[in-house]
Design a protein. Structure first.
Length: 333
């Protein structure tokens, strides 16, 4: 299985070269937020976990004409295992703002877990609500446009996805497809958005270096098999199951349409991220992580840096432990 995992990740990444304008939120800490990418991850780690993440992409960027431009994303997840039903339940919320466009989603994820070989196979479904809002008040037209509206326009639709996740003692592999129904949103005039069906392939392998140190290389491949394809590759090193740090490399080419001419302009976006974090409290229940992304030299980008900070807490188990009955020779007859 280890050879299959490495072969699939390397083979797929060789064919990824074209990326168009970013539609889905992206996270440098993807290896710590499996539920966002794959509904089958719900309850797969046998923990009842709450987590929150804030990402500021292209920090400090200011648009040349319109107001705003910085991308801000908030991700909140909650997941718990349901061992009685061999299942897991998860809920996640995303708020993603790019300039005048705000996207909001809330998804319910349900997974079923099956013991398979030396590990556990999880298959999952998700369904929820996706909304997009266009704020016309922050748009500054080049000339008076009768089709340019005032205020905001919003539209919402249902959103579906499915996935599979396999976890073994020292590796994991996940495959999922989101935006299954490719919902469309009419935001007035000719401004129509459509979600694109997106596939995620992710995996990681843990190498135990010694009793206190281990390394977990990982990768994430994202594609819609049309215009958007990119890959992340990196990993974490963990010390005493408490302190961790790592690096991530992301590569792709983005494109956008010029407003007046309609021409497509492409620019390279490749960056490297540094991740650091710590676990504390009893059983390392609390985890705090920070990551910093820097655009590589000679790469065009809106601004040179991006930042993420996340917080995760594992709730104590409420399962009652039955104490074994101990016979004492003192009271035996």
């Amino acid at each position: 299985m280890r050879k299959i995992l490495l072969t699939v990740l390397l083979f797929t990444s060789c064919f990824i070269s074209k990326v168009s304008a970013q539609q889905e939120a992206q996270f440098t800490q993807y290896m710590l937020n499996g539920l966002f990418f794959n509904p089958a991850y719900a309850g797969a780690d046998n923990n009842t976990r709450f987590s929150a993440l804030q990402r500021t992409q292209y920090y400090g960027y200011s648009a040349t004409r319109d107001v705003g431009g910085e991308q801000n994303t908030q991700l909140i997840t909650f997941a718990l295992p349901l061992p009685k039903f061999k299942s897991g339940l998860g809920v996640h919320f995303v708020n993603d703002k790019i300039g005048p466009v705000r996207s909001t989603e809330i998804q319910v994820n349900l997974a079923h877990h099956i013991m398979l070989g030396s590990g556990k196979l999880s298959v999952g479904l998700r369904g929820g609500y996706f909304s997009r809002v266009l704020d016309y008040s922050v748009l500054i037209p080049f000339e008076n446009d009768p089709n340019l509206r005032n205020g905001t326009e919003s539209n919402s639709n249902i959103d579906l996805g499915f996935g599979a996740w396999y976890t073994a003692e020292n590796y994991y592999l996940g495959l999922s497809m989101t935006r299954l129904n490719e919902a469309s949103f009419n935001l007035g005039a000719s401004n129509t958005f459509q979600l694109r069906r997106t596939t995620y392939l992710t995996g990681g392998y843990t190498i135990q270096i010694n009793d206190e140190l281990k390394a977990t290389p990982s990768a994430l491949i994202t594609t819609d098999f049309k215009d958007v394809s990119k890959f992340d590759i990196g990993g974490l090193v963990t010390f005493k199951d408490q302190y961790f740090g790592g690096i991530n490399f992301r590569s792709g080419v983005a494109s956008y349409n010029t407003a007046l001419s309609g021409d497509v302009t492409k620019y390279t976006v490749s960056d490297v991220g540094i991740i650091a974090g710590i676990c504390f409290l009893k059983n390392n229940a609390m985890r705090v992580a920070y990551s910093f992304d820097a655009v590589l030299p000679n790469a065009d980008a809106l601004a040179p840096t991006s930042h993420e900070i996340s917080l995760s807490y594992v709730l104590p188990s409420v399962t009652k432990t039955v104490r074994p009955f101990i016979r004492s020779p003192r009271y035996r007859r």
